[in-house]
Design a protein around this ligand. Structure first.
Ligand code: AMP
Ligand code: MG
Length: 410
């Protein structure tokens, strides 16, 4: 058996970022920038008011108080979206709304709450204003030419807003990986009534969902029967259509486990010698077997068939690889430490256990509770887990022990 970290390093070392493409801004959420984005113009583009009130000359308000206000002559009104038509001269003010440009001559805003109208053309200012008060200067957020976001930025909602602010309609980014998902096994049914020996295919819908959740584009490749020739043909078609392929089942040591054999066959046909297949026994539970291949440049993840093993294997090997392919610098999920509600017994067998737990925050730290069954086939029990607890080799952990947990929630 090989330690988890070694297998992860080997797999991640074999995948590379996809070639960057031009992406319309509306499609860029979640993608990673492949080039810097610079500001072509200042943001805000002009000095404007942060508040509703009066644009004034700060010196005119000297000494103004509630009981001894200063009277200014109101010479105009300015709403957001309109250019000033008159300047503010000594002793004057302009009624102004948030976002409107600062008129010439004015250097401060007195908020409307600190004023009182005085006849048709006057305003009483009840507080002294300092120069620049409530004024948003041009370039206060970005100066023209500033680096807005460096290459490597993963775009969230606010980033998309800033891209619109600087009128970036198209960005250079790493594309979403197109990821084919294939089930294998004669026992699998899509839906409908079960017949003897048959079960419903849960891995493919799960893996398609996990691929989508990872920000990639899922491609449903259906299900292959346990036959080496048809599996080889299906996989060949898949690697031609997809940036990566994920299979489940058929990588154990059973007599009908044909995934590795089919991949070996395809690797053998690649005369360039660049294709290769690695079959690992990873020192973990669940998800011990893993077949990882690169066929003509396309990575193939042969995950184990038991649904919980498939889930954990996807999290440990496929998801980090897809993130690397999509340009992310952060490949792995975050880890925290949590205190166990109950004991987590296990046997000493040279493996790292990745037990499914529900983690919650309490006032002084995280707490973890194991889901009701840790078997590799009980997906219903594992579905509620939001974390994997790393239970080290040995007799297990007592209640109250502190354990590292990998958080699975986005
Ligand atoms: P295998 O690795 O192909 O021997 O499969 C291991 C176990 O996982 C067997 O009990 C299979 O029936 C089950 N299994 C394999 N593929 C799937 C699937 N797509 N959905 C649900 N169970 C599966
Ligand atoms: Mg099988």
């Amino acid at each position: 058996m090989i330690p988890l970290g070694e297998v992860q390093a080997a797999v991640l070392g074999a995948v590379a970022p996809l070639a960057p493409v031009d992406v319309a801004r509306r499609d860029a959420l979640g993608l990673v920038l492949a080039e810097d984005v610079a500001a072509p113009e200042a943001v805000p583009p002009f000095a404007n008011t942060a508040m509703d009130g009066y644009a004034v000359r700060a010196t005119d308000t000297a000494g103004a108080t509630d009981s001894d206000p200063v009277r200014l002559r109101v010479v105009g009104e300015l709403a957001a979206g309109h250019a000033p038509t008159v300047a503010v001269r000594a002793g004057e003010a302009i009624r102004i709304m948030t976002g409107a440009p600062m008129p010439d001559g004015a250097d401060a805003i007195v908020i409307v709450e600190l004023t009182e109208r005085d006849g048709v053309d006057g305003v009483m200012v009840q507080q002294e204003a300092g120069p620049g008060q409530h004024v948003r200067r041009a370039g206060g957020d970005l100066e023209a030419g500033d680096l807005v976001f460096p290459a490597g930025t993963a775009l969230r909602g606010a980033h998309v807003g800033v891209l619109a602010t600087v009128d970036a309609q198209v960005v250079r980014a790493y594309p979403r990986a197109r990821v084919g998902v294939l089930s294998t096994g004669d026992e699998l049914l899509e839906s409908g009534p079960l017949s003897p020996g048959k079960i419903r295919d849960s891995n493919r819908p799960m893996l398609l969902a996990l691929v989508e959740r990872a920000g990639a584009e899922p491609v449903d490749l259906g299900s292959a029967v346990d036959d080496e020739a048809s599996m080889t043909a299906t996989l060949l078609d898949a690697i031609e259509r997809c940036d990566a392929v994920i299979t489940s089942g058929g990588v154990s040591v059973g007599d009908y486990d044909y995934v590795s054999a089919a991949l070996e066959h395809l690797a053998g046909e690649d005369a360039s010698g660049a294709s290769h297949v690695d079959w690992y026994q990873v020192a973990i539970k669940p998800a011990k077997p893993l077949c990882f291949a690169t066929i003509r440049g396309t990575p193939v993840f042969g995950l184990p068939g038991n649904p919980v093993s498939s889930l954990v294997s996807f999290e440990l090997f496929a998801r980090p690889s897809l993130r690397k392919m999509m340009g992310h610098a952060q490949w792995f999920r975050p880890s925290v430490t949590a205190r166990l509600d109950d004991a987590m017994p296990r046997k000493a067998d040279g493996k790292l256990y990745l037990d499914r737990v529900v983690v919650r925050w309490e006032h002084d730290g995280y707490r973890a509770r194991a889901v009701r069954s840790q078997e590799s086939n009980t997906l219903a029990a594992s579905a509620s887990a939001n974390a994997l607890a790393l239970v080290p080799d040995g007799p297990g952990l007592p209640a109250g022990a502190v354990v590292d947990v990998v958080l699975l929630d986005d």
